[in-house]
Design a binder for this molecule. Structure first.
Ligand code: AMP
Length: 425
């Protein structure tokens, strides 16, 4: 006997068993439907990219990239997000894509995270981006899509945390913090709500920022009473107003969008609007995030292209829907089980199953010629299949079937040619 292999998924990786897999596809179908309604078109990219393409794009998160060498000695990396591959696609196919390019992409990504609730090493992101428009209308439209997706999935108690990197950058500059300390400052602010102000301040000091500057910054962020000589009046929120003023025309209630001055988002590439979704009743982190990143696409093509987008994390959306009971109780997609009476009548059952399948009805055929009928019925019941069809000698002679509704217990003889219609009703 060989050594027993361990039947486990690797740490941070998970199976989606049938119920979960069905729910996931229900969610992604709905999301893709909304994306298409807003004029977005699909894109898929490979699971691997050259490692050099991903390096230098994610700030300190870069250490989480899964990298490996192929047999030709090339360094490859598993897709980390869908934004950098999008930037590559834009640079690789000039003139071949519509302008602006509104694309959606629903694919898995991999990050070597420390696995914990809501944080996995393989997770699916549902991205949508508008490339080639720097208009605040594009930012507003992204907000509108996010709200439409959430509403479509049944969420009602949610908020979009909203900020603008330009405002944050201005606040950091007005605090007297030097440009080269901006990135670490943003990263620490991004964690502020999680680690608390005391810890954030001590990390800022650790990063080499003078306590007096930190005081001014905290004031500008609205975390301190405003002092008489405050610089707060000098901070312009026009860029935020330009985006949010149009939201009402999209039907987005202004109360859903919360200006959150400390929202920073960890990734380095954001340049304008930044967004994060929080859902009441789901505490495992944001179900999605995004924003404007005008610098990233020019990095590959040499031609700057403004871009704005957003990404939902499928696992977290799914968990939030489970928590809030927004998913259908039954995930069974098979509508009818065609039973097999015995060897002689197997052909008749196959013919009925084929007829139903041709009519677009999800049909399972019981693959046995020797099983008692009541056992077949019990099987259908246990699987949650709502209907069974029986074709015994009498039914076969009469070109009919017995159709039984397992939920109501009602059964009757139905002529074969009327059967599809009955099940489609
Ligand atoms: P990001 O690409 O980091 O901006 O993340 C966007 C969204 O993807 C987050 O709001 C999460 O919903 C989801 N996400 C990111 N990382 C993970 C992860 N390790 N596991 C599960 N979901 C994730």
């Amino acid at each position: 006997m060989g050594k027993r292999v361990s039947v486990q998924t690797p740490k941070g990786f998970r199976d989606a068993l049938p119920k979960e897999a069905m729910e996931r596809s229900l969610i992604t179908d709905k999301m893709a439907g909304v994306f298409r309604r807003f004029g977005f078109i699909p894109l898929e990219t490979p699971a691997v990219e050259y490692a050099s393409l991903l390096e230098g794009k994610y700030g300190e998160e870069e250490r989480l990239i899964f990298k490996f060498e192929d047999r030709g000695g090339r360094m490859l990396a598993l897709r980390f997000d869908q934004t950098v591959p999008l930037a590559r696609v834009m640079a690789q196919y000039p003139g071949k894509l519509p302008e602006p390019f509104r694309r959606y992409q629903i694919q898995p990504n991999w990050r070597a995270e420390k696995p914990q609730a809501g944080r996995y090493r393989e997770f699916t992101q549902c991205d949508f981006d508008i490339v080639g428009s720097g208009s605040p209308l594009a930012d507003a439209e992204v907000v509108a899509v996010v709200v439409s997706v959430l509403e479509e999935l049944g969420f009602r108690k949610y908020h979009l945390l909203f900020n603008d990197r330009r405002v944050l950058t201005e606040m950091i500059a007005k605090s007297g913090i030097k440009k080269d300390l901006e990135a670490p400052t943003v990263r620490i602010l991004d964690k502020l709500e999680k680690i608390g102000e005391e810890e954030a301040v001590s990390e800022l000091v650790g990063a080499g920022i003078a306590p007096t500057k930190i005081e001014v910054l905290m004031q500008l962020l609205g975390r301190r009473p405003v002092l008489p000589k405050s610089k707060i009046a000098e901070i312009s929120l026009d860029s935020i107003d330009e985006i949010t003023n149009n939201l009402k025309y999209f039907g987005v209630p202004r109360t859903k969008v919360l200006y959150t001055p400390t929202l920073a988002r960890g990734l380095d590439y954001y340049t304008g609007m930044i967004l994060e979704v929080v859902i009441e009743g789901y505490e495992r982190g944001s179900v999605g995030g995004g924003g404007r990143y005008d610098g990233l696409l020019g990095m590959f093509s040499g031609k700057p292209a403004p871009a704005v987008g957003f990404s939902f994390g499928l696992e977290r959306v799914h968990e939030a829907m489970q928590n809030l009971h927004l998913l259908p109780e039954k995930s069974q997609t098979t509508k009818v089980l065609v039973t097999v009476f015995g060897k002689e009548l197997a052909g008749a059952s196959i013919r009925v199953a084929s007829l139903l399948r041709r009519s677009g009805i999800n049909t399972e055929l019981r693959l046995t010629t020797s099983e008692k009928l009541d056992k077949q019925v019990r099987y259908a019941d246990k699987q949650g299949i709502p209907f069974i069809v029986i074709i015994g000698p009498d039914e076969s002679k009469a070109d009919s079937v017995t159709l039984k509704n397992l939920n109501s217990g009602q059964q009757d003889l139905v002529p074969l040619d009327a059967l599809p219609e009955r099940l489609l009703a």
